[in-house]
Every structure is written in C-alpha cells, then in structure tokens.
Design a protein around this ligand. Structure first.
Ligand code: PLP
Length: 419
C-alpha cells in the first residue's frame, strides 16, 4: 500500500488517522508519509522514498536514528526483561549521572512523557506552596494536561480561557496567561494576586510556536519575581534540556529554576519524562511527601538503558559538533531559499534548533508571527518534501538537527536542494 492508501485506511480506525495531531499534515495538500525505517539523518517511507529528516521525532533523536550504541544498550537491556514494576539499576545510574552534572538539581523522578512531567510539576508546585494558580505564557507548549490547555482571554492581563473542549472553566481560571517577553505584565499579575501564584511555568527557550528566543534580563526578571512573591519558577526543558548543552537553558543562562521538567532527549527516543529539583522540594512527592505521583511503566529498564547511553554520549565535543552541523545546514538552506522565491524568509537558529519563518522581524512572542505564515510554509514544506527533505509538518514547529547531520548529509542536502 502507498502512503495515501495507508492513511485512508488509518482514517477508518483512528481519529484523524493519527495518534498525535501534528502528524496529520492538516492543511497541507499531501498525505502523511508512513515511515518504515530510519538510519542516521535519514528516514524512508513505505513507498521507498528517502528523506533527510529534520523532525527527528520532534527532538529526542539527538544522535540520529538507530544510533548503534543506543541500539546495543536497548537490546542488552531487553535480554533481561523489559519491565519489572520494581527498583532497577539503570534508572539509578541515569539519576546519578544527571544530578552530578546539573548543579541546580539534587533529586529526580522519572515518568513516561513530557506531559506527565509537567503535570507532576504543576501538582508539586501547588503542593509545596499551598497555592492554586499558575502563570503560563502565550505560545509556550507544556503538553496536553488540562492546566496547560489554556489560551489568553480578552480583558485583564493574565485572564484566560480553555484552548480545548473538555477543560473546565475552573481549570482555566487557575491558569493565568501572559505574553512572552513582557515583564510588566507578569509583575501586574503578582501585584494583583500576591499570595495566589504557585508557580511560573516557562519554556526558557520557547520552541513550540516558532523559536522565540527570550532575553537573559527577562528570564532573570521572572526569577526575581518568583523569589519575591514566594512562587516557584519552573523551567520546562522538555525540548531545551540536554540539547542546549547538557544542563539546558538553566545552565546556559545561569538562571536556576526551582523545578525543571525533562522529556524528549532524556530517553534517547524511548518514552521518558522527568521532574527534578532540590531535595527540599522533591521530597514533597509520595512516598515521602503529600503530593501523589506514580507510574506502572516509569523508569523501565529498556527506556532507562537507552537514556543512559544517549546522555553519556553528549560530551562537550558532541555539542560543538552539533552546533557546527546546524550552522552549516542553516546556511545551505538560506543560500538556496534566497535564490528560489523564499526571500521573505529568515531562519532563526539557536543551538541545534532552527526555524525558517516568512518574516524578517525579530520574534519575541507569537503576536509577531506573520499572518500569512501557513500558506508560505506549505509552499516551503512541499518543495522540500518533493526534494527528499522532511521538515516537521507544521508552520509552528522548529527544525531539529542531530549529530548524524554531518558533512556527508550536508552535501546531500545541498545536492537535493539544487537539483
Ligand atoms: C514536547 C513537549 C512537551 C510534552 O511532551 P510529550 O512527551 O509530548 O508529552 C512538554 N513541554 C515541552 C516544552 C515540549 O516541547
């Protein structure tokens, strides 16, 4: 069956044909590709067409598809069984490895996804502070928990409404929305509700609605406001963690959150999420503390073995190479785009993330994204796809480079673009 036939069949059995909405190619004039295999920086669909992959499973595959050492670790762990629902050594090793390298965390709890990690962090922040409201920023994504499926409402700064049906008005009322980059707005919310805010949640490198790089002074301002009002600062580093250097944006900026959430890279492509922070906060979690959290498959040996090898391979040299790969990829794309009708584009790059967007404006929040970005993206996406270059299938998603996007792949990219 070709991609189209597979998708038509899938539509019959699965809502929208997909198990996560962004995979549906909604609004694009082509069908989703059914991926049969991946190796290094390449994926191949069921029709045998090869693509250079810049989606990389939306981030986890920092070493590329089927990294041989990670694969070996998975196979080795499998030989001994794949879940025990009991203590096991790999998760201990991952915990120790991470904590010894990141100065602002002393304890970590593993779970199965970024969503679970944020969900736990929300409950934990509320449990620690005894407060119920949280601040979230317009354009930051934190997974699909109710507390975070909230968008800005009209009226007062911080007022909000649900962005999904099924989220109650009460839940929406506990999440206050601010625009990224505007410290005064956050200050106003704290002044209005000085004793009600449990935590600020932010992607310190917002990368889910384009790449909206924030100023150091802004992040520091949020840190100071949290300290002043007794709220927790939570960095959602599900994308940026282990990508912008091992210690993510916390270590990169030297601005330390009270809690941090991880996902994506931490499991090396297996389902892992985590919450981490100082012992005094983490001890609020069950079984020690009053905040409940649990997971049947949490810290399972296969995922943890993959995560461990994956993280151990992330040396300073690896990060230098990753950055170089990304700069080269971005330059190759830019050169081609400027001469082929995409002069309205800029490509924003930070570490191994890049974001082609049809405006030259400096972007700090989502209100600055251009109105016609969807149509422009469809043209770019489909041109790339036809040339065997796979971007994440949505105008708001960033591109992910990996260590597998090496000189050879860069040459292939250049060749595919120009022919
Ligand atoms: C992907 C993502 C999540 C959700 O993680 P899942 O594993 O998809 O549940 C949460 N926060 C951020 C910043 C993310 O990028």
């Amino acid at each position: 069956m070709n991609n189209k036939e597979l998708f038509e069949k899938s539509l019959k059995y699965v809502p929208g044909g997909v198990h996560s909405p962004v995979r549906s190619f909604k609004g694009l004039h082509t069908t989703p590709r059914f991926i049969k295999s991946g190796k290094g920086a390449h994926i191949m669909d069921e029709e045998g067409k090869d693509y250079i992959d810049f989606c990389m499973s939306f981030g986890p595959l920092i070493h590329g598809h089927q990294d041989p050492e990670i694969k070996e670790a998975i196979i080795k762990a499998l030989e001994n069984g794949w879940t025990f629902g009991a203590c096991e050594k790999y998760s201990l090793e991952v915990a120790e490895y991470i904590i010894n390298k990141i100065c602002f965390i002393e304890q970590i709890r593993f779970m199965n996804s970024g969503t679970e990690a944020v969900m736990t962090a929300v409950r934990l922040a509320r449990g620690i502070t005894g407060r119920s409201k949280i601040i979230k920023f317009n354009g930051c994504y934190h997974g699909h928990l109710d507390a975070m499926l909230i968008k800005a409402g009209s009226g007062l700064a911080g007022m909000a409404e649900a962005s999904s049906k099924g989220v109650t008005a009460q839940q929406a009322g506990d999440t206050l929305i601010c625009e990224l980059g505007d410290l005064n707005e956050v200050k106003e919310v704290f002044e209005r509700l000085p004793n009600d805010i449990a935590a600020i949640f932010i992607e310190p490198l917002p990368a889910n609605n384009g790449l909206l790089i924030q100023d150091q002074a802004y992040l520091q301002g949020l840190r100071d406001l949290c300290t002043k009002y007794g709220a927790l600062l939570v960095f959602d580093e599900v994308i940026s963690g282990f990508r912008i250097g091992f210690g993510g944006m916390g270590c990169k900026t030297g601005i330390f959150p009270d809690l941090v959430t991880y996902g994506k890279i931490i499991g090396g492509g297996m389902p892992v999420g985590a919450v981490a922070g100082p012992k005094k906060y983490m001890e609020y979690l069950a079984p020690l503390g009053p905040v409940y959290q649990a997971g049947t498959l949490s810290g399972n040996p296969v995922a943890m073995a993959a995560g461990l090898v994956n993280l151990k391979k992330l040396t300073p040299e690896a990060y230098a190479k990753l950055e170089k790969n990304t700069v080269n990829v971005v330059n190759i794309m830019k050169d081609w785009m400027i001469k082929h009708g995409f002069e309205d584009y800029q490509t924003i790059q930070y570490g191994s993330l890049f974001y082609p967007i049809s405006t030259h404006a400096k972007l700090k929040n989502i209100t600055q994204l251009p109105a016609n970005m969807n149509e422009r993206f469809y043209t770019l996406f489909e041109t790339f796809l036809n040339k065997g270059i796979y971007l994440a299938p949505n105008a708001y998603e960033v591109g992910f480079c990996s260590l597998a996007h090496d000189e050879k792949v860069q040459q292939e990219l250049k060749h595919r673009l120009w022919t």
